[in-house]
Structures are given as structure tokens and as C-alpha cells.
Design a protein around this ligand. Structure first.
Ligand code: CUA
Length: 156
């Protein structure tokens, strides 16, 4: 098959830039510690208040010493809406919603979860710096969307 020289150059540049793009994306995700989501966990959105661990939301310590924070999202706030966590300890955030789609986002970190009715989303994070972190909802969820926030205080 005869191929024009320009066609060969065009194909080489096209395929080459695709390979470069995938390598850059792969290294970037690896360097930033991005992970694929874990298994699917379901919950009845109407029974969130009665389903453990969301019947008693908040911070708790698991048997292996890991900290777990169970958070319920709803229009237009999070329960609990303020928690205190010690610095340098691994914390697993479990989030669900009772009503519409929200998000759980800690700006400046790689914690950025969509919170969809019927599902439980989890992400671990270790705070390396003490201070106050503002959690915001970045999925438009209604008239009070801009008011939806939560605070995490990380102590030394
Ligand atoms: Cu919840 Cu926007």
C-alpha cells in the first residue's frame, strides 16, 4: 500500500502525541496518589438515619487504630458539620446523601468525591499540616448550595 509522505508524518505525530499524553497522565496520577474507586457499596437513601454507621455520624476509631469519619450530606449541610482530627493520622471519610447529589471536597487535597443517593463513597486521607480545612459542596444541589459547607480542624 502506498502512503503519501505527509500522511506518514501526520500518523506518526498523531499516534506519538497520544502515547506521550497517556504516559504523562499515568505518571501524574501516580505522583499525585490517585486511586481507582473501591467496590460498590449501596444504601437506601430513605433509611440513611437508620443504617449503620450513618445512624451515628461522626468520628470514631476502628480496632486497628484507623480513624473513620461517617458523614451524611443533605440539603444544605453535612452531619456532623465540624470535626477535629489529629495531624498525621490516616482518616477514612465515608460519605453518603439522604436526598440529592452533593460532593465532598477538601480543597488543596486529592479528596474530591461525588456523593450520589443510594451509594457510599470512601476516601482515605492523612493531614500533614495542622489548621482549619473548609469542606465545600461543588455539585449544584439547589437554592442553598453555596451555603453547604463543613469544617475540619486538624490539631498537632
Ligand atoms: Cu450540596 Cu451543592
Amino acid at each position: 500500500m502506498h502512503m503519501h509522505r505527509f500522511e506518514k508524518i501526520w500518523l506518526t505525530v498523531g499516534v506519538g502525541s497520544l502515547i506521550v499524553f497517556l504516559i504523562v497522565l499515568g505518571f501524574y496520577n501516580f505522583a499525585k496518589g490517585h486511586e481507582t474507586p473501591e467496590g460498590l457499596r449501596l444504601i437506601d437513601p430513605q433509611l440513611v438515619d437508620k443504617t449503620p454507621p450513618f445512624d451515628d455520624p461522626g468520628l470514631r476509631e476502628l480496632a486497628d487504630g484507623t480513624l473513620e469519619v461517617n458523614i451524611v450530606s443533605h440539603v444544605f449541610s453535612y452531619t456532623p458539620n465540624k470535626i477535629t482530627i489529629p495531624k498525621g493520622k490516616k482518616v477514612v471519610f465515608n460519605v453518603t446523601t439522604k436526598d440529592v447529589v452533593h460532593s465532598f471536597t477538601i480543597p488543596g487535597t486529592n479528596v474530591n468525591m461525588m456523593v450520589v443517593p443510594g451509594y457510599i463513597n470512601s476516601q482515605p486521607y492523612t493531614f500533614k499540616e495542622a489548621g482549619n480545612y473548609l469542606i465545600i459542596c461543588n455539585e449544584y444541589c439547589g437554592a442553598g448550595h453555596h451555603l453547604m459547607k463543613m469544617e475540619i480542624e486538624v490539631t498537632n
